[in-house]
Write a protein of this length. Structure first.
Ligand SMILES: [Zn+2]
Length: 329
């Protein structure tokens, strides 16, 4: 049995038909983790849907009402880029409940993984980019409300900028300023910083990609096209070091997108499957070293071969397992 819990429900499946978002990936990850004996059946916890009260900690009453009554405007529905249905709304309430449970379990066990979630493009008053509800933000606000944490840090390694996260937790005075950093001949990303409130947000993403408007995170690493393993790991390490010089979170929320992968259809970076696992290991190592609980969500992944996306996500669980075993040994 794993020394931490995995949160999963068959209800994570998104009823969106033929779509570039592989909604079946959650079921496939669950199966693969069991088949390869990375996890056992008793390692999984079944989440309950978040309550409306939880969702309203982040989202506006008007938006929640439109979702629940099926009254989004055609433009709002188009922005989602997934077809609206009451079942879709249920799946997102469940994903948010899963992230709440994973955050609670991370506080208890040091690590927890939601085999879903990471819908970082959802804003308080609208959804976009396949994201209806910002499950990670809901989880953070709920744990703050319950007095279980005061502060959190989001480490967003999806290839796309965490615009919803930045919009929810940002909005603090001060203009972005360049961060001094050593590059040593590498293709330099454009790094910007902004003051943080009670949640410090890091986004490491491809600059020339969706979303066009990128509201400022506490640290944004705007990577040039085609960045590979070595440079990516360097800049992630650099961003994490800078972040921890400024901020001590009670909980680290790792958004482990599979789409920085070189074979991704919606990404333009060039990480290998092995490089992505090293990325996961780096985040878990930092959490362990600083004794900060790490809660994981999976976000995007659009590899030409969906099996690669499944492998990348399963490797994140494997990296968490190896990190825990190192601690035990
Ligand atoms: Zn993405």
């Amino acid at each position: 049995m794993l020394p931490f819990r995995l949160v999963y429900s068959s209800g994570y499946y998104l009823p969106i038909g033929e779509h570039v978002f592989p909604a079946q990936k959650y079921r496939q990850i669950h199966q693969r983790l069991l088949q390869e004996h990375i996890a056992a059946a008793e390692d999984f916890l079944e989440p309950q849907p978040a309550s409306d009260e939880d969702i309203l900690l982040v989202h506006t009453g008007d938006y929640v009402r439109k979702l629940k009554t099926g009254t989004l405007s055609p433009l709002e529905e188009m922005q989602l880029e997934v077809p609206y249905s009451p079942e879709l709304v249920r799946a997102f309430w469940l994903a948010a409940g899963g992230s709440i449970l994973a955050a609670e379990r991370a506080m208890a066990d040091g690590i927890a993984v939601n085999i879903g979630g990471g819908f970082h493009h959802a804003f308080p008053d609208h959804g976009e980019g396949f994201c209806v509800i910002h499950d990670v933000a809901v989880a953070i606000r709920r744990l703050q409300k319950d007095g279980k944490i005061k502060t959190a840090m989001t480490v967003d390694c999806d290839v796309h900028h965490g615009n919803g996260t930045a919009a929810i937790f940002g909005g603090h005075a001060g203009s972005p300023a360049p961060l001094p950093s050593s590059a040593g001949g590498r293709a330099k990303p454009r790094i910007t910083t902004a003051p943080a409130g009670d949640v410090f947000t890091i986004s490491l993403h491809q600059q020339n990609n969706y979303p066009a408007w990128k509201p400022p995170s506490s640290i944004d690493v705007n990577l040039p096209d085609g960045v590979g393993d070595v440079d990516y790991l360097h800049w992630l390490d650099n961003a994490l070091s800078s972040a921890f010089r400024q901020f001590q979170p009670d909980l680290l929320c790792y958004i482990a997108g599979a789409d920085p992968y070189r074979e991704d259809q919606l990404g333009g970076l060039a990480l290998t499957i092995e490089g992505l696992k090293q990325r996961d290991e780096l985040v878990f190592r930092v959490g362990r070293a600083r004794q900060i609980p790490v809660m994981v969500t999976f976000a995007g992944g659009y590899a030409r071969n969906v099996e690669d996306t499944v492998t990348i996500h399963c490797n994140t669980v494997l990296a968490a397992k190896e990190a825990s075993q190192r601690k035990a040994g």
